[in-house]
Design a binder for this molecule. Structure first.
Ligand code: MG
Length: 394
């Protein structure tokens, strides 16, 4: 006899993986997906078809999109995160589809201009509940996407939503009911969510080496002070003397990723075996996350991260861009918040609606939603439409 469809979706998974049969389901009840799709596949597909996902292509990771076509954007970053997480997921027999969905959605709430934009918007929202990009990603999938006849948002499964909400302040967690409880009770999220988090870190640390070199912000010899880089650089140079720099860099970066991913799988496997969680509930109740590097690789990865912070993210060329970006975000916020008539109709309407319900905090939230949803180039264009008298209105 063929197994029930929900059990079939879970075939081959480890007992401590997220099983669809045990899913806490969706906020709005829906009929099961078509015969050939599972619930988590449906989550992933909804994310890929969302408007917020398409906007990621024009949102900055570190380098503003118009600086060059070859740098990572939030979209290519999200794809790299998903790809790393899928490999690890499969090796550990976790739920690869759920993990992929979480990764593809993890940056949906990001503002234009990367972290600079998020910091500026958080500053603007200081007296109105603040702005956290993780919480905003959840807000995008729960409320802001307008695609379905019967509900706002994408109506994703509980497990996908909790994975998207990677971090959250205690104050905000208290407003989220069941979903916020783990932050207050210091419980762990399922392994798929833990993995999405580490895959994010692996992706950006390694691709920012590549982008930083491409932009000329750092050189290979400067990176020679970073153990993880130096080890593979020396190996590639020894094996392929005289290799062209572009190939050399790729050979080094791919070896770095391979080393940390392999270590992540091995070290996590060791921890899983030691903790021996019987199911997801047991994973949640553990005092520490299980997904992580060995101590040696964790230290090397931290060293790389520190190098990038000092030499790339704080490079004067990056800082010039980020201060410009922050100015754009601040001035957009100020203009809209002070005069809602400057907003396009639908955003003005939601600002008035939220203001009626939550006072000026609601008004500010609607403005933040509008700005957070902008791509880099749209934010720049809007800024010039609002502040430059020579620029015509679109
Ligand atoms: Mg990310």
């Amino acid at each position: 006899m063929a197994p029930a469809p929900d059990r079939a979706a879970d075939a081959g998974l480890a007992p401590y993986a997220c099983h669809e049969a045990d899913s806490r389901g969706r906020v709005h009840a829906e009929p099961a997906p078509a015969r050939y799709r599972t619930e988590y596949q449906r989550d992933r597909d909804r994310i890929v078809h969302s408007t917020a996902f398409r906007r990621l292509v024009y949102k900055t990771q570190v380098f503003v999109n118009h600086e060059g076509d070859l740098y990572r954007t939030r979209l290519t970053h999200s794809l790299e995160v998903a790809q790393i997480a899928r490999s690890v997921s499969r090796a550990l027999r976790l739920n690869e589809t759920l993990c992929e969905a979480i990764c593809l959605a993890h940056d949906l709430g990001h503002t234009p201009f990367g972290h600079a934009g998020q910091d500026a918007l958080n500053e603007c929202m200081r007296d109105h509940g603040g702005f956290e990009h993780n919480l905003q990603s959840l807000r995008v999938v729960d409320e802001l996407e307008e695609r379905y006849a019967e509900f706002a948002g994408l109506n994703l499964t509980y497990e996908c939503r909790e994975g998207i909400l990677k971090h959250c302040s205690a104050k905000n967690a208290a407003t989220l009911g069941e979903l916020g409880r783990r932050f207050l009770e210091r419980q762990q999220p399922p392994l798929e969510a833990q993995l999405a988090n580490v895959a994010d870190e692996i992706a950006y640390n390694n691709h920012d080496v590549d982008d930083g070199l491409r932009a000329g912000l750092v050189t290979c010899s400067e990176l020679g002070g970073v153990k993880l880089f130096a080890r593979h650089y020396e190996e590639v140079e020894r094996r392929y003397p005289g290799i062209a720099e572009r190939r050399l860099i790729h050979e080094v970066v791919r070896r770095m990723i391979n080393e940390v991913v392999t270590d992540l799988i091995d070290a996590t496997q060791v921890r899983i075996e030691a903790a021996h969680p019987a199911d997801v509930a047991a994973v949640r109740a553990l005092p520490q996350p299980l997904v992580g590097f060995s101590e040696r690789v964790a230290a090397e990865h931290r060293e790389l991260k520190r190098f990038l912070q000092e030499r790339v993210y704080r490079h004067f060329r990056v800082v010039r861009m980020t201060t410009k970006a922050q100015r754009v975000v601040r001035e957009l916020f100020r203009a809209y918040f002070d005069d809602l008539r400057l907003l396009p109709d639908e955003h003005r309407d939601s600002a008035r609606r939220l203001e009626t319900r939550h006072g000026t905090d609601g008004r500010a939230r609607a403005v933040a939603d509008y700005i957070a949803g902008m791509t880099d180039r749209y934010a720049i264009l809007e800024h010039s439409r609002l502040y430059d008298p020579n620029v015509p209105q679109g």
